[in-house]
Design a binder for this molecule. Structure first.
Ligand SMILES: [Cu+2]
Length: 169
């Protein structure tokens, strides 16, 4: 059943018009390719698929970061999280949270692979619904962190170093 559902969702994504989709090639600090992220503009948010390998097994924080720049080896060039307000409060479980780049954690299996589909109602590809646009002038990136996001503490939920980064294109 699970395989059937996966196959169906693959079909849906493949059928989406290219103008409403984007991808990000995820790379590690050593420049090695770690996988791909596929983004689809949905009526009320963005559907995100992550297919990665070579990660440390366990949970990893995952966010949309505000600049389309993975040039620095520590990926600090990707900036902070995607946001609309200047007083950004991070955390999906934080009552004051307003951080549009927040996403659920990603789990890497014992072999280092991670496959997931996530939906964010907090962003858009091009500004639909007044939500921050991932494809704005300075772009955006998807960043995978070393540790899980606790969804509450500032500024990134204790997620630690940035271990993978991909520019959304
Ligand atoms: Cu992050």
């Amino acid at each position: 059943m699970r395989l059937t559902a996966l196959a169906l969702s693959f079909g849906l994504i493949a059928a989406a018009p290219a103008a409403h989709a984007a991808t990000a090639q995820l790379k590690g600090a050593d420049g090695k390719t770690l996988g791909t992220a596929t983004l689809i503009e949905a009526p009320h948010g963005v559907l995100l698929r992550i297919e990665a390998k070579g990660l440390t097994p366990g949970w990893h924080g995952l966010h949309f970061h505000e600049k389309g720049d993975c040039g620095a080896p520590d990926f600090k060039s990707a900036g902070a999280h995607v946001h609309t307000t200047t007083a950004v409060v991070h955390g999906l479980l934080n009552p004051d949270g307003n951080d549009n780049g927040d996403l659920p954690n990603l789990f890497a299996a014992a072999d280092g692979s991670a496959t997931a589909e996530l939906f964010s109602p907090l962003v858009s590809l091009n500004g639909a619904g007044g939500r921050p646009a991932l494809l704005d002038a300075d772009g955006s990136s998807i960043v995978i962190h070393a540790s899980p996001d606790d969804y509450k503490t500032q500024p990134i939920g204790g997620a630690g170093a940035r271990v993978a980064c991909g520019v959304v294109k």
